[in-house]
Design a protein around this ligand. Structure first.
Ligand code: GLU
Length: 348
């Protein structure tokens, strides 16, 4: 082959690479984004009724910007989310992102527990490639359904080079949030997701992505949690504090086999006296007790009004109770030493 021919072939190959569309996998788990109902103006519908192929077909514009492949992981309302689906999702995401021909992943999910699933992936996915959670507050059959634009925006975030290395992202209502800090704040509004302690990290408007910040806590490739060989996770329960609280639920959790308890305490993670005594006993018996808060903003700090050293408690730092539960379940795959687990709560 002469030099001219060789150069032409090389040019052709590089052009093909330059113009090839990125490949994005859409992994569907269910939720309102896949919901269908009988009326445009009623809030009743069945979550997860629509398959991934139909979700993709409803937003043809995503095929112009990426090669889209769909997979059904589950078809549930996210209030049914469970360890089995989390482990399946994490393993599949890691398999797909290890492949050279996959550029990013979009996960469609119900909004009720999206913050927990996204954080689970944030700590267990081993890739710098974009992983984007998306959902909807209105089902596909509602008036002004928000799912199609959310999905279009999520695919745009997944193909954007700046999304790499930011950990797992949540895209809803034109905003981009880090999985660590995002939480559902309004039961019914399309503007429900917010990151109370840190704020959104970017915006996406008709597919145009703009980032303002970089998540700073450890995640994905810098996370020590590896679920590739794990089939089960330890039971961790959450208890919600209130005046005239009782020790009944602490005792019930321990009896049911909880290896960890998250206490969503009052204010800076404060406890009703009888609950505090029961949790101190549980900690003495080897159950890992984490103090979080029922307050949506701020941190639960060590040695505030509670003598954590004396009782053997851990402080959740700036994680809410739902996310503290995810981190504790993963921490328990490594250690049950409260001192080590406290370090993990400051790191992640
Ligand atoms: N309960 C449903 C879910 O989380 C509704 C919330 C939604 O997807 O908006 O799947």
């Amino acid at each position: 082959m002469n030099l001219f021919k060789k150069i032409s072939i090389l040019l052709l190959i590089s052009c093909a690479f330059a113009f090839a569309k990125p490949t994005i996998y859409i992994l569907a788990t269910g939720g309102t984004i896949a919901g269908a109902g009988d009326s445009q103006i009623k809030s009743s519908y069945s979550a997860g009724a629509v398959t991934v192929d139909k979700l993709i077909a409803a937003v043809p514009a995503i095929n112009e910007i990426a090669t889209i492949k769909g997979e059904q992981i589950s078809s549930i309302g996210s209030q049914e989310m469970n360890n089995k689906v989390w482990l399946k999702l994490a393993k599949r995401v890691n398999e797909l992102l290890a492949r050279k021909d996959v550029d990013g992943i979009v996960i469609t999910h119900g909004t009720d527990t999206m913050e927990e699933s996204a954080y689970f992936l944030h700590l267990t996915a081993k890739s710098k490639k974009p992983i984007v959670f998306v959902g909807a507050m209105r089902s596909g059959t509602s008036m002004s359904a928000d799912g199609p634009m959310n999905l279009y925006n999520a695919v745009n975030v997944a193909i954007n080079k700046e999304s790499a290395g930011k950990g797992v992202l949540v895209v809803m209502n034109d905003e981009i949030h880090s999985a660590r800090d995002v939480t559902k704040t309004i039961t019914t509004s399309v503007q429900t997701f917010a990151s109370p302690n840190s704020g959104k990290i970017g915006t996406v408007f008709y597919g145009n992505v703009e980032y303002f910040m970089q998540p700073t806590k450890a995640h994905t490739v810098n996370s020590e949690f590896d679920v590739s060989k794990i089939e089960e996770l330890a039971r961790v329960d959450i208890l919600f504090a209130h005046p005239e609280d009782s020790d009944t639920f602490v005792k019930a959790a321990v009896e049911a086999g909880a290896k960890g308890i998250i206490h969503a305490g009052m204010g800076n993670g404060n406890l009703f006296p009888s609950t505090q005594d029961a949790l101190a006993q549980a900690a003495k018996d080897g159950v890992v007790v984490v103090r979080s808060s029922r307050v949506p903003n701020g941190s639960t700090t060590l040695e505030g009004e509670v003598d954590d050293k004396k009782f053997g408690f851990i402080a959740a730092n700036s994680l809410n109770a739902a996310k503290a539960r995810v981190l504790l379940m993963l921490a328990l795959t490594k250690t049950s030493d409260p001192k080590e687990i406290q370090k993990l709560f400051l790191k992640y």
